[in-house]
Design a protein around this ligand. Structure first.
Ligand code: BES
Ligand code: MN
Ligand code: MN
Length: 455
């Protein structure tokens, strides 16, 4: 056994125990009552990076949650890898549906259950463990390594883009590696070569200057809820297409090769239906397959709507205001800000008579698409092959990691998305978990990747 393999074998339990420590910190970035906890997680990671031998470790305060930087730069003639990950997690509600508490990591069936287990603490920590294992077993790394770790991914990375553009020299590298995505299936690794972007809006609709008695006024005046439903239903046509003018103008269609590849992957729709308790998968555009619709087509969703009376019993009221939250998943080459404007214009134009509307534009994040034949991606594929005995599939992810496109543009280097999560690990949901097999194999895969790219 190589020194590295031996080191990893002896330290498996210790590694998991340390991951548990990190998972116990409730670093929920969206909730201000957890602000201190997010700081604690940042300090915990910074201390860990120092302890394993990383240098120039910094916790950089922002107006939100901190960014962590660290490097090890002692291989003059080797390339530099920048590892990105996020230590913030999603809120835990509905908490009563967790079998064990979200911040008391528990192992069942060789999986570790906790909020952040797969998204993204477990996947981030395996990079830290890869670096530690190499440094402790070989005394050095095969390549130069920088870490740039944030605590605001789950709230749209508001402060990281400025940090990237202000620190291009410091962050300069030959490749960015990120593990914050999924494998294809158990034992089948995947490299994600595309992510969707997103944009968010909120619309408020107002009618009379007060709520009205539906006996005195019903039949005579407009109802804000009705008008909002009417307005929102204008956003899609009967074929499931987004009905906003020019919405699809910049969408890059799949290549024939990609279509073939997607078909060959054979996403099992029956299995999806069964796991979701659904009888059909007919959301979205009729002319595209389910696999395409959830990964390479843009969408517009109403995420929330409220208005009128929601309390116990009946209230004979005509509400005078109604609201909705909307987000889109976007694909290359759609520009989130442009799409927001198109939707705003649509909502204003289609606003029914008898109301005023206000549209507020919220977060945006760019989509990402990269060629799969780039040398760094091929090295990543080799690393997976070495550890899993199988070459990875190449897939488009329907979710978003908005900062990926910023890395790509600010640093002008390839970004390789090497995921170790598995579909069904309940990210953002109760009982989130991470398979320990992929935690351990992930460490090995990253070590192998570092070896493969050194010149
Ligand atoms: N790691 C996820 C993205 C992801 C989701 C990868 C599913 C693979 C499978 C990331 O942490 C995430 O949740 N992104 C958010 C972005 C948003 C909060 C700006 C998303 O996709 O909703
Ligand atoms: Mn994530
Ligand atoms: Mn997430």
């Amino acid at each position: 056994m190589s020194q590295l393999a031996e080191f990893l074998a002896t330290n498996q339990n210790k590694n998991v125990e340390e991951l548990k420590e990190l998972l116990r910190i409730p670093s929920i970035s969206a909730q201000s009552e957890h602000k201190e906890d997010v700081q604690t997680a940042a300090s915990w990671i910074a201390d860990k990076l120092k302890n394993i031998g990383m240098e120039h470790v910094e916790v950089i305060q922002t107006e939100g949650h901190p960014i962590i930087y660290a490097d090890w730069l002692h291989q003059e003639n080797a390339p530099t890898v920048l590892v990105y990950g996020h230590y913030d997690v999603q809120p835990v509600d509905p908490v009563h549906l967790w079998e064990t508490p979200p911040f008391e990591p528990t192992i069942r069936d060789e999986k570790i259950f906790a909020r952040g287990a797969t998204d993204d603490k477990g996947q981030l920590f395996l990079h830290i463990k890869a670096v530690e294992s190499l440094l402790k077993s070989e005394g050095k790394l095969p390549v130069n390594v920088k870490f740039c770790i944030e605590g605001e991914e789950e709230i749209g990375s508001p402060h990281l883009p400025a940090y990237l553009t202000d620190n291009k020299e410091k962050l300069s590298c030959d490749v960015v590696v990120i593990s914050d995505s999924d494998m294809w299936d158990k034992g089948v690794p995947a490299i994600t070569y595309s992510l969707r972007g997103l944009c968010a809006l909120e619309v408020s609709l107002h009618t009379a200057n007060t709520d009205l008695h539906s006996g005195s006024y019903g039949g005579g005046v407009q109802n804000a809820n009705h008008l909002l439903v009417q307005l929102l239903s204008s956003l899609h046509d009967t074929n499931g297409k987004v009905n906003v003018a020019h919405f699809y103008d910049d969408v890059v269609e799949l290549t024939e090769f990609e279509k073939e590849q997607m078909k060959a992957l054979g996403l099992d729709e029956e299995k999806v239906k069964e796991s979701l308790g659904l009888t059909d998968l007919t959301g979205g555009e009729k002319d595209y397959s389910y696999a395409e619709r959830i990964s390479s087509r843009p969408t517009l969703e109403i995420n929330g709507m409220w208005g009128g009376f929601q309390g116990e019993g009946t209230k004979t009221v005509i509400p005078n205001e109604a609201h909705a939250k909307i987000t889109c998943r976007l694909v290359n080459n759609q520009q989130p800000k442009k799409i927001q404007e198109l939707i705003k214009k649509h909502l204003e134009e289609f606003a029914p008579k008898g109301c005023t509307i206000k549209v507020s534009l919220q977060d945006t994040g760019n989509p990402f698409l990269t060629p799969i034949d780039s040398p760094m991606i091929q090295k990543a594929a080799e690393a997976y092959q070495n550890v899993y005995g199988k070459s990875p599939v190449y897939k488009r992810e329907g979710g978003s990691i908005p900062i990926v496109s910023d890395f790509n543009q600010a640093l002008n280097v390839p970004v390789v998305l090497m995921g170790f999560g598995l579909p069904g690990e309940n990210l953002h949901a109760p009982n989130e978990h991470f398979h320990l097999e992929n935690f351990n194999k992930g460490i090995l895969t990253i070590c192998s990747f570092f070896e493969l790219i050194k010149k």
